[in-house]
Design a protein around this ligand. Structure first.
Ligand code: GRF
Length: 199
């Protein structure tokens, strides 16, 4: 069973769905830690309800981004974290975390990347008047939403859509695609480990 830390800055509905899905069936991972960069993230309340340990780090309390990430890394080691799942974590991950967790950090983004990267992907899609947008789960690299895509699902944009209605349908897709994708990654991870053992 792989040990996952979820990183969030806000509401944490994806965090909650990752936890709930893994408790309902064996997906090969368990969420053992929530990390936030905000002391007031609503995700923290969800974690307390779900009985998941939390650690919050205020970036301003550290002189550099590197120091901030070293503090996080220390906790990740204590919790023996195998994988990191970003879920509304509003910060670029730096090399201090990227290097030790190479190809082991994933993110969910509310658009069909490479379309509409960065902030307010849903607003961007509405402004561009596209007929469809969607959800992407991808690996993280140094860029903003530029890492290799793992899975995507289309969400149609309806003429009558407001920000709220479109966001609601996107979140519904997110809440099933993220646990499903993580489960797929965990299976592949197991296969790779056993291949290494055989060779
Ligand atoms: C989601 O739309 C996710 O795709 C994006 O941030 C949002 C987080 O929502 N990266 P929540 O905090 O999980 O409800």
């Amino acid at each position: 069973m792989k040990r996952v830390a979820v990183f969030a800055s806000g509401s944490g509905s994806n965090f909650e769905s990752l936890v709930e899905a893994s408790r309902q069936s064996n997906l090969g991972y368990e969420v053992v830690l929530l990390v936030t960069d905000r002391l007031d993230a609503y995700a923290l309340e969800r974690a307390s309800r779900l009985n998941i340990p939390t650690k919050s780090f205020a970036p301003k309390a550290y002189a550099t981004k590197g120091e901030y990430e070293i503090a996080i890394l220390t906790i990740l080691k204590q919790f023996k974290i195998d994988w990191i799942a970003l879920a509304g974590y509003m910060r670029l991950v730096g090399s201090t975390l990227l290097e030790p967790y190479q190809q082991r950090i994933v993110n969910i983004h509310p658009s069909l990347l490479p379309h509409f990267p960065g902030k307010d992907a849903i607003g961007q899609a509405l402004k561009a008047e596209v007929a469809q947008t969607g959800v992407t789960v991808h690996y993280i690299d140094e860029g903003i939403d530029t890492g290799p895509v793992i899975s995507q699902e289309i969400v149609a944009v309806r003429p009558e859509d407001t920000y709220e209605t479109l966001q609601k349908r996107i979140k519904q897709v997110e809440h099933h695609i993220y646990p499903k994708t993580l489960a797929k990654i965990m299976r592949e991870d197991e296969l790779n480990v056993s291949k290494t053992r055989v060779n």
